[in-house]
Ligand binder design. Structure first.
Ligand code: S3P
Length: 173
């Protein structure tokens, strides 16, 4: 039986693992549209993620996140989708991603993640002592990304190398 080509490549991973950069390069290489879940949320809500967290709390943000993810995945357009680091926490979201696309998890060492996010003021979950917050969330989420079809540890890889690895696996899967 001939398989239809998958039209959605979904990137998951903890904050600071390179989803944004990799999604841009991947979309360019494939000639597909790039959709960033967090950017879509901000665009549709006309509010910053930090303002949504401040007004509606994390629970309110997660409801919006699921709705937006559903919309993004329902589109027929071939796309590379970068999701927020916590989008994997909901069972509904995980099922949606698995049913609609090829799911790739990006991993990185705690040291690299901390170096990338420590001066960031836009991520509500990392305010305060960023190193402590990252370590705590990494512990809480240690298996949260395991459901992916493919996992890549990007710690010692360039974005180009990550893209090449994903494309190789995507073609043969
Ligand atoms: C979050 C990650 C963020 C954003 C929000 C919550 C999380 O996305 O969705 O701040 O729970 O890990 P990035 O992974 O793109 O930073």
């Amino acid at each position: 039986m001939e398989r239809l080509p998958l039209k959605k490549l979904v990137l998951i991973g903890f904050m600071g693992t390179g989803k944004s950069t990799v999604s841009k390069l991947l979309a360019e290489k494939l000639g597909w549209k790039r959709v960033d879940g967090d950017e879509e949320i901000e665009r549709l809500e006309n509010r910053l993620i930090s303002d949504i967290f401040a007004a509606d709390g994390e629970a309110g943000f997660r409801v919006i996140e699921t709705n937006v993810l559903e919309t993004i995945l329902a589109s027929e357009e071939s796309s590379v989708i970068a999701t927020g680091g916590g989008a994997v926490l909901s069972e509904i979201n995980r099922e949606l991603m698995l049913s609609k696309g090829f799911v790739v998890a990006l991993k990185a060492s705690p040291e690299q993640i901390i170096a990338r996010v420590k001066t960031d003021t836009a991520r509500p979950l990392l305010q305060g002592d960023a190193e402590e917050r990252v370590n705590l969330l990494l512990e809480q989420r240690k298996h949260a990304y395991d459901f992916a079809h493919l996992t890549i540890d990007t710690t010692n890889m360039s974005a180009e190398e990550v893209v090449a690895a994903i494309l190789t696996q995507h073609m043969i899967s």
